[in-house]
Design a protein around this ligand. Structure first.
Ligand code: PEP
Length: 279
């Protein structure tokens, strides 16, 4: 909690300074993240076991996003462990409360210890038909409530083959960030063709795409875009993590399948905890 207050204040100061000094180049001090998206996996016992076997680091922000039913026990397990591990939801509703069966509000997430929430994951875009407009509403709701949104964007294989990657990412970014002036969010570039397929993007391709994403963010947010951590997601694992870590515009990873095994996830955390990446 203290870490998140410190980060909030740091970001706020950067936002204010960025606005005041306009285009003046500010030294970037982006946070590195290793984030687990458990999707619809794990029981209570498996969650307890995971937190017994996971380590943490001062050099990297570790965030676990379990399914909604496991958020509160996960919060208690984290507290019990005394490790600086953040907790995030996998989805949030865009309104405060009401007749929305099966949904979870931002207040509910915060009430059970969440500081983060994944928004616009490609699986939700696909199965729950979330579009950029809805993603934008959810991002606004998360920011208003004090949650840090982890906004997911990415192109499908068809769009990649049709050379539409930049066009798709630009549309998703402008859509998700409509009328938003804050840089207090995390972005995850998750090419849909790489998610759960074992076909991870090469570190070079991911770096090139992250640099493009940052250039679009600069159009939207100006110099504040330098503050936004951009994570890679899509079959990231303990074997390819070091290649992503070596890239200047890759500020961490969002991990699905490889986050379910505490030992494997630990190995990924250790890669990002080692040394300085961004030159
Ligand atoms: C994800 O779904 O966010 C993800 C990155 O999944 P995986 O690591 O399994 O490709």
């Amino acid at each position: 909690m203290e870490q998140s207050i410190e980060r909030y204040i740091k970001n706020l100061v950067r936002d204010v300074i960025g606005q005041t000094l306009g285009e003046l180049q500010l030294q970037s001090d982006r946070q590195t993240y290793v984030i687990a998206n458990w999707k619809m996996n794990k029981t209570l016992n498996e969650t307890a076991e995971f937190f017994q076997n996971i380590s943490s680091s001062q050099d990297v922000s570790v965030v676990i996003c379990p399914p909604a039913q496991l958020l509160y026990p996960a919060h208690l397990f984290i507290k019990q462990s005394g490790k600086p591990i953040g907790l995030g939801g996998q989805n949030v509703h865009w309104t405060d409360k009401g007749a929305f069966t099966g949904e979870t509000s931002a207040r509910m997430l915060m009430d059970v210890g969440c500081e983060y929430v994944i928004i616009g994951h490609s699986e939700r875009r696909q199965y729950s038909f979330e579009d950029d407009e809805l993603v934008n509403k959810k991002v606004k709701q998360a920011l208003k409530s004090g949650l840090t949104p982890i906004i997911c964007i990415g192109e499908t294989l068809g769009q990649k083959n049709a050379m539409q990657t930049e066009q798709v990412l630009s549309k998703q970014l402008f859509g998700a960030l409509t009328d938003i002036d804050s840089s207090q969010f995390i972005l995850a570039y998750e090419p849909v063709w790489a998610i759960g397929t074992g076909q991870s993007a090469t570190a070079e391709l991911a770096q090139e795409t992250h640099a493009y994403i940052r250039s679009v963010l600069k159009q939207i947010l100006g110099q504040k875009a330098e503050n936004v951590s951009i994570l890679y997601g899509g079959s990231a694992n303990e074997n390819n993590a070091a290649e992503y870590h070596a890239m200047p515009d890759i500020d961490g990873v969002l991990v699905g399948g490889a986050s379910l095994d505490a030992k494997v996830f630990d190995a990924i955390i250790n890669v990002f905890a080692k040394g300085e990446q961004n030159s």
